[in-house]
Design a protein around this ligand. Structure first.
Ligand code: ATP
Ligand code: MG
Length: 542
């Protein structure tokens, strides 16, 4: 029996004759280690439960001879074993089967209680088959007869390997369980309906959100062929995710399906599972019904707004036309009559002074007549009634005359028959474009292209001014460009304005405004109140 004090001895050779409890580290010889490493074997901490120093020494020597690098400690009671287990971690325990106050099976129990997970080998002088079986059942990894200690190193190595494999498997199982847990949590928590199908379209996963969407629970679907409540929906969805089963992910494809009496708008994504070809795919269905409704609502109110704006424009244009006509017809007629009366009075007047006053009055009335015509024309350019080409050319000339800015009009049309509403909209856009050139561009020249074919009319207004910055288009108190945009949208067309801001001296790159309008309006053309045709006045052509 050894002394029971906890003494460790490193690198010590076994010393006979009452050496106290010991820990021996014996450097391994170059050998095939446990992992088959040809370099120096890793040191193994082995706890021996043995009451015979001779046996312990022999076993250690056998292990060292086998090329193992062993750090060993030997104990022979339960108390010292518990101490040794508490003091450090052990790679293996080799226990005698029967000791005076202890036993291999008891030691195995103690080791298990202490959480020891390495190989536990029982070595015995004489062990019956039954005891051996019992030991193995109790969790021992192997047993070795003392008279056949050559088996000890391979038994130990195998035990270590098995423990290593067991640990790896356990780690893998733990990782798998945790991944599974996380996946389950994602599956349960996500509002996106997730499911997986095999290549054969058998359902292998079915999230709770799928149940909310389809009304079908996991019990109705798992391990069965994929099927939504409606067969056409099933086919449509399978057709959408089919590329994923061939290895190509699918992202955000729109899909609508019946969901428990309601129509749902969904976006479908599908990712292939591993394998070539993939073993299946995971499908995600995001419910965007609310978004789709909101979008539909938004575009409905946008189109209502547009309609309202068109209506307002129509009313404004009609009122302008009406007013222009009244001013021109009524006031114009009045002015003509006054002029005629004045001329008559002038002829009849005898007094020179009166005649002179009448002359002056007649001139003033003539000016009044011109002013009335000018105001009427501005309110509703009569030239519009001669077609948009004539109106654009007239407006260009008028603008050039009043501003001194050269305006060149290029067109492939002599005459273009448009709906009145289109003509007015294009004309007002052109007027605003020229006004902007005058107000903001500091330009000396404007080029206007007016082209049309059977389906489209395009108008481009280019100036050689200072260009415009991105801020220009966001001015809160500016409505000219917004109005143009509204008019263009009202006619189902598009508008673009561009030109970078320039500094320094001319020539500048200026600003270009482009509009394009389809020539097949879906709305009826604008008509004036009372079915009258708009005012026509060739004077407007100037
Ligand atoms: N041809 C142009 N050259 C340079 N800047 C321009 C031109 N056209 C427009 N802009 C810039 O774009 C801004 C917005 O133009 P918009 O016609 O919308 O408003 P506005 O002319 O300032 O005011 P209004 O509401 O009276 O039309 C202008 O303030 C100006 O800075
Ligand atoms: Mg403007």
């Amino acid at each position: 029996m050894f002394n029971r004090g906890p003494v460790s001895v490193q690198n010590a050779s076994p010393v006979s004759g009452g050496l106290p409890r010991f820990m021996m580290s014996v450097p391994g010889q170059a050998s095939a280690g446990l992992a088959g490493d040809p370099r120096e074997a890793a040191q193994l901490a082995i706890l021996f439960i043995e009451d015979s120093l001779a046996d312990f020494t022999l076993m250690r020597a056998v292990l060292v001879d086998a090329g193992l690098n062993v750090a060993a400690q030997c104990v022979d009671t339960e108390t010292t074993m518990r101490q040794a287990l508490a003091e450090r971690a052990w790679d293996a325990i080799i226990s005698d089967h029967s000791l005076p106050t202890f036993s291999g099976l008891r030691a195995l129990k103690v080791a298990k209680e202490a959480g020891f997970r390495g190989p536990f080998l029982i070595v015995s002088g004489a062990i019956g088959e039954e005891t051996a079986v019992e030991a193995m059942r109790a969790g021992a990894d192997d047993y070795v007869m003392k008279n056949n200690l050559r088996r000890l190193p391979p038994a130990l190595e195998r035990g270590l390997r098995e423990v290593q494999t067991r640990d790896q498997r356990q780690r893998a199982e733990t990782a798998l369980a945790s991944a599974h847990d996380q996946l389950n949590a994602v599956f349960s928590a996500t509002p996106v309906a997730l499911f997986a199908i095999s290549r054969e379209c058998t359902v292998t996963m079915w999230s709770p959100a799928c149940e909310d969407l389809t009304g079908l629970g996991a019990a109705d679907t798992l391990s069965r062929p994929f099927a939504l409540p409606s067969q056409p929906d099933t086919w449509k969805l399978l057709a959408l995710v089919a590329p994923a089963l061939d290895g190509t992910a699918v992202r955000g494809l729109p899909f609508s399906m019946d969901s428990q009496g309601e129509k749902r708008e969904l976006l479908v994504s599908a990712s292939p599972l591993s394998g070539s070809p993939p073993s299946g795919c995971v499908v995600a269905l995001s419910d965007v019904t609310h978004l789709a409704h909101a979008q539909a609502e938004l575009s409905r109110s946008e189109s209502q707004l547009r309609e309202l704006s068109r209506h307002t424009e129509r009313v404004r244009e009609n009122e302008r036309a009406e007013l222009a006509r009244e001013i021109h017809d009524d006031l114009g007629a009045l002015v003509t009559r006054i002029r005629a009366d004045l001329a008559l009075a002038r002829r009849r007047s005898r007094e020179k002074e009166t005649a002179q006053l009448l002359d002056e009055a007649e001139q003033m009335v003539a000016s009044l007549g011109e002013a009335i015509s000018r105001i009427a024309r501005a309110m509703r350019p009569p030239v519009l009634d001669f077609g948009i080409v004539a109106a654009i050319e007239w407006q260009a000339r008028d603008f050039a005359q009043h501003t001194g800015i050269t305006v060149n009009v290029h067109t492939n049309q002599d005459d273009l028959a448009l709906e009145l509403e289109q003509s007015i909209a294009i004309f007002r856009i052109f007027q605003e474009a020229l006004t902007n050139v005058f107000k903001h561009a500091h330009a000396t020249r404007v080029d206007v292209d007016l082209f049309a074919d059977d389906s489209t009319l395009s108008l481009e207004v280019r100036d050689n001014g200072i260009g415009l910055s991105s801020d220009s288009l966001r001015k809160r108190t500016s409505f000219g460009l917004r109005g143009m945009m509204e008019r263009v949208h009202g006619l189902g067309g598009w508008m673009d304005i561009g030109g970078s801001p320039q500094t320094g001296t001319p020539p500048f790159r200026g600003t270009t405004l482009m509009i394009s309008i389809p020539l097949n309006p879906q709305d009826p053309p604008m008509s004036l109140p009372g079915g009258k045709t708009p005012h026509q006045d060739p004077e407007g052509l100037e």
